[in-house]
Design a protein around this ligand. Structure first.
Ligand code: ATP
Ligand code: MG
Length: 213
């Protein structure tokens, strides 16, 4: 049996067409059932639904043989996963945003310490260290946009796709840190033990992603 870890929402939705192209149909709709283990049209392949940030943990410790996780999530996770394949789905970017009335350029130039709220502390720490900007990082688990509006932080590091959430909250994107997309990650031990079927599935994913980038 091969176990594939996915998270509900955009990762699941964007993975379905790739699975379809790889000849796999998921037999249950996670929006219509409370099941966490979903059968597929391949008797030897099942899907497990986990939190987006738990996908690397499941794959690393063998709770799943492979999984789909955002680069944002992978960068916050210690390694132990095999060769991430860029699936080019769930695309967005990781950015720095501040209140419309906050002079970010001046704050950075003056070398003052800025307070940055984020779910992505590893990525944020690396980004500001590389720029030589002093930051106090405040770890949050959601609703990052609220932090600059309430005075909790001067800036946030968060995922942006259209920018409409920022706009609705009077925030502006002042720096683009990196482009984000979802990756296929594999448990290295599983790749040895279930080499043939896993290899075939990874190749099918690769072929499904292919075509014009
Ligand atoms: P959880 O619900 O477990 O806290 P989450 O809120 O990050 O996790 P989703 O909102 O489903 O879960 O996001 C899953 C992934 O989708 C992210 O890790 C990211 O890689 C990708 N993604 C693409 N666009 C966006 C966006 N605009 N905002 C957030 N995530 C996005
Ligand atoms: Mg979410």
């Amino acid at each position: 049996m091969i176990t594939l870890a996915l998270s509900k929402g955009r990762i699941y939705d964007d993975s379905l067409p790739l699975l379809h192209a790889a000849g796999v149909e998921v037999l249950e709709d996670p929006e219509k059932s409370r099941k966490l283990i979903l059968a597929t049209s391949r008797p030897d392949l099942r899907v497990v639904l986990v939190r987006a940030s738990d996908v690397p943990t499941y794959v690393q410790h063998g709770g799943a043989d492979l999984g789909v996780a955002g680069l944002d999530v992978l960068l916050e996770h210690a390694d132990g996963l095999y060769r991430p394949l860029d699936l080019k789905i769930a695309r967005c970017r990781m950015s720095v945003a501040v209140r419309e009335d906050f002079d970010y350029a001046a704050a950075v130039k003056q070398g003052s310490r800025i307070r940055v709220a984020t779910k992505y502390t590893q990525t944020a720490r690396q980004h500001f260290a590389a720029k030589g900007v002093h930051v106090d990082l405040i770890k949050l688990y959601g609703s990052m946009e609220l932090a600059p509006l309430t005075g909790l932080a001067d800036a946030i590091v968060d995922l942006v796709s259209t920018g409409s959430t920022l706009k609705a909250n009077h925030l502006v994107e002042v720096e683009r840190i990196m482009d984000i997309s979802a990756r296929l990650v594999v448990n290295p031990a599983a790749l040895k033990l279930k080499r043939e079927p896993l290899r075939a599935l990874i190749d099918a994913f690769e072929a499904a992603v292919g075509g014009p980038a």
